[in-house]
Design a protein around this ligand. Structure first.
Ligand code: NI
Ligand code: MN
Length: 226
């Protein structure tokens, strides 16, 4: 499956013939200044929670592409109020069939408030199933034993975990999360963007390797096959 990294926790995955864009935060991210948010393709935009570093470019990309936004209920209805036409406002534990396959919202241990201070519901992760394979993006979260259920219910090709620490899991917990969900390789996101989440890349890669896991750290703008 093709995975493209756009910096912070923003990435896209090609699944079931569709482009799924996650947590777009491009224009305010100085590390992603080479990326033109005005050119990114998306059939679906999946938003894990209401924090600004996960949704800055949602409205613009959705309006340009006509993409369907998939998000926790309060985040989805907030986007509807902003004029986004196609919204699937779901909630935790709920799954739905979509053009690319199936998506299910999982729990995440974090917080969620919208940029204007309004209630953002609870943060989520996503399990995506498609004919090309299945994957899990945990969203911003602490390590939680709930992740074991994800691995029990779905055979995953790879996972995407935050590894920057401070606001989310750090690398040690992300490695355990990889064990919990039963993947041998995972992509690290949510690091380097802000001073508290500066990552020692070498140490992170080594920590994963020592635990028998492959940590993938694509460059911003890079597409890898996972
Ligand atoms: Ni957050
Ligand atoms: Mn975040």
């Amino acid at each position: 499956m093709k995975f493209t990294y756009y910096g912070h926790a923003c990435f896209s995955v090609e699944a079931g013939g569709k482009t799924l864009l996650f947590d777009p935060f491009i224009t305010p991210n100085p590390l992603a200044k080479e990326i033109d948010a005005g050119k990114i393709a998306a059939d679906f935009i999946l938003v894990s929670h209401g924090h600004g570093d996960h949704l800055a470019d949602v409205v613009a990309v959705a309006q340009r592409t006509g993409a369907t936004v998939i998000a926790p209920y309060e985040v989805g209805t907030w986007f509807e109020a902003k004029g986004v036409k196609n919204v699937q406002a779901m909630n935790h534990g709920g799954a739905a069939k979509m053009d690319f396959g199936r998506v299910k919202l999982t729990s995440a241990i974090h917080s969620s408030s919208m940029p204007d201070g309004s209630y953002g519901g609870n943060p989520c992760g996503f399990v995506v199933e498609s004919s090309d394979g299945n994957f899990y993006y945990s969203g911003d979260t602490a390590l939680t034993s709930d992740m074991k259920l994800v691995g029990e219910l779905t055979k995953l090709r790879f996972a995407v975990f935050p590894i920057g620490d401070f606001f989310t899991m750090g690398i040690e917990d992300a490695v355990r999360a990889a064990d919990f969900v039963g993947v041998s390789k995972f992509v690290g996101v949510h690091y380097d963007t802000f001073p508290p989440i500066k990552l020692d890349h070498k140490a992170a890669l080594e920590a994963a390797r020592a635990a028998g896991k492959e940590l993938l750290l694509p460059a911003i703008g890079e597409t890898i096959v996972v």
